[in-house]
Ligand binder design. Sequence first.
Ligand code: SF4
Ligand code: SF4
Length: 416
Amino acid sequence: MKTNLDPNFLSPGDLARADTILRSCVHCGFCTDGCPTYQLLGDENDSPRGRIYLIKDMFETGQVDAAQITHLDRCLSCRNCETNCPSGVAYTDLLDIARGAIEQQQTRALTSRLGRWLLRRGLALPGLLHAAFGAARQIGRWPGLAKFLPVQISLSRASRSMVIPRPTTKQVLLLAGCVQKAATPNVNLAVEQLLGVSGIKVTRVAKESCCGALNYHLGDHAAGLADMRRLLHTLAEAGPDGVPIVSSASGCGVTLKDYPSHFPVGDPDHELASRIASRIVDVVELFDDHSINAAPIRVAVHTPCTLSSGQQLGTNVADVLTRAGIDVTATGPQLACCGSAGTYSVLQPKLATALQAKMITALTTHAPEAIVTANIGCQMHLGAGTKVPVLHWAELLWRQHEALNSAPGRAPQPGL
Ligand code: SF4
Ligand code: SF4
């Protein structure tokens, strides 16, 4: 694609990056059919190719208009188009540059700017998150009131179980995730116990802060980069170099693996970002070479875009559960999106609800007893649209492992 970008509209770094990305697109349209918003709306401007043209136009004219903002805001950043693109177009990077430029221009209505600011600030306050989810748990305990909660919420706190100690052969650092540790604290406990019975010593990262995804993807690049730099240095000090850093929320994991793209050559943290990113693993990757035994149950597996298109781990959760003896009845459509997408379900509720309904229909076709996923945002969003319990896969696997080993007449067993 030929370009003639306005040098006054973007910073030199963003201009060069945007130019390279735009020139790599050959307009073939292979990305279009797999785009969830194009499938829903049928408008080329809501497809990746259409959005690339809108962004090119914005960067060439130096003008932002309301229609461009509307179509770019509807993008889920699900990266399915990147997976389908034969030319390797880094669409999400281009979109992030455009979103940063839109915020810089301050062309949004005041109410929209205020709403986005409140969202960024509110979700970044751990105390507020803990208070909100704590209050929701209290409400849910009153008979008849749980149905009024907008999301499924686990009312009980799991306790640490007695597990047969195994010699530890490995150690990892565990990231708890800002929203996850407030909304579903049982997930990190389950991860610790699963890893414990697998002979892996787990240390939680102390003073963990936000990975930066929230601010960055909402267009506040300065705040997003500051978040990223802060966490980068926390992780560098958290444990010996070379020890894997485990994330169990795939939305955080994909951001952390992508850190090198935010700290280019010349940045003082360029090398550190590459070293830390090379140590990031999603928890499912730790179960690639062994399995946990578990009592059978019928589940549908939802694979977040951040795990499939973002981390190329599309079948790993279903494989781990199947090896454990769990009956995976459905895996949902490949390269689709449930509509959660960070803050998307708040900012684009109509589209998010339509995508949620499609995903739930696909996942519940064979009447599963539970739906599992790998990201807190997807877990809460899907849970708000169905009566079927929606859990993180690690929590379900730990429950089933415990159920098997506490069955009458069965001696407790180690995980492997
Ligand atoms: S982004 Fe990739 S798949 Fe889409 S039109 Fe451009 S080159 Fe083709
Ligand atoms: S990131 Fe997802 S929603 Fe956005 S253009 Fe690509 S496929 Fe469509």
